[in-house]
Design a protein around this ligand. Structure first.
Ligand code: HEC
Length: 110
């Protein structure tokens, strides 16, 4: 039985990248729609206020999942729950396509 587990884990790991590449949003439409997010997250996804997270370069699937969760109430936040209520599936896909397309670099401190 113990040999079954690693095989299942490998299959799961192999399946992940494929599903993560399903980007269905329109990046340019997302850029236009991101005007309503810029006060807090910036048009470039770099947060402009301390309580908001940077979302530039975040994975498409992650962004889509979080926005859907705010909209459904699965994830709650006083601001984002209100913002997400106004978003359609297409809006969420477009915004996720925009913010995930921004290239970022990280520099590790010396
Ligand atoms: C008034 C400020 C404000 C606006 C406008 C706003 N957000 Fe947020 N957003 C926040 C804050 C604050 C959080 C952190 C929520 C928490 O702590 O759980 C957040 C969280 C998020 C997250 C989760 C990030 C993570 O790391 O889990 C996403 C995705 C997101 N916002 C996308 C958007 C998008 C897209 C828009 C525009 C449609 C938008 N937000 C508009 C303040 C804002």
């Amino acid at each position: 039985m113990i040999r079954v587990l690693p095989a299942a884990l490998v299959a799961f790991a192999l399946a992940l990248p494929a599903s993560a590449q399903t980007v269905s949003g329109d990046r340019d439409a997302g850029r236009a729609k991101a005007g309503q997010c810029r006060t807090c997250h910036g048009i470039d996804g770099i947060a402009t206020i301390p309580i908001a997270p940077h979302i530039a370069g975040e994975n498409f699937v992650y962004l889509q999942t979080q926005l859907r969760a705010f909209r459904s109430g699965k994830r709650e936040h006083e601001i984002m729950s209100v913002v997400a209520k106004t978003l359609s599936d297409q809006d969420i896909d477009d915004l996720s396509a925009w913010y995930s397309a921004i290239e970022i670099t990280a520099t590790i401190p010396e």
